[in-house]
Write a protein that binds this ligand. Structure first.
Ligand code: ZN
Length: 143
């Protein structure tokens, strides 16, 4: 059973879906929000997926929006010059731009890399199209 009373906040319930067992009965929560999610850490740890989300799956050089498979991580300060894999040094780039840039620093990203907040990432995630499984989600997916 879910421990939703402790960790989550149920926002909406299915009206017609009730789970029963010998000792308890509950409606199935349709939308659960993890209370921990937004308050645990002020800044999320760097991840490639998070970076793509921060940049809205858009190449930061030519501003083309791409599917994930066609995106690459670009080190603004190249690895060869001591650049590291972190929020403040990495942007989303398409393959052609990343190749064109190479080890040179002549190309500058449209938006300088920065560390996003959880809130920003959560908000952007909600902007991205999702497979909606239940109509009650739709309310919560709009910005
Ligand atoms: Zn590009």
């Amino acid at each position: 059973m879910y421990v939703y009373k402790e960790k989550c906040q149920v926002i909406e319930w299915y009206d017609n879906w009730v789970v029963r067992s010998v000792n308890w009965e509950t409606k199935v929560p349709a939308v659960i929000m993890l209370k921990d999610y937004l308050k645990r850490r002020a800044t999320p740890r760097y991840s490639k997926a998070g970076m793509y989300l921060r940049d809205l799956y858009t190449c930061q050089y030519c501003e083309t929006e791409l599917i994930r498979a066609n995106l690459t991580v670009d080190h603004v300060l190249p690895v060869s010059k001591g650049g590291t894999l972190e929020w403040n040094n990495c942007v989303t780039a398409c393959m052609p731009c990343n190749t064109a840039k190479g080890d040179k620093q002549l190309m500058k990203p449209r938006v300088a890399p920065y560390t996003p907040t959880y809130f920003e990432l959560a908000k952007k995630r909600m902007q991205m199209p999702l497979q909606v499984k239940h109509p009650s989600w739709e309310t919560w997916l709009k910005v």
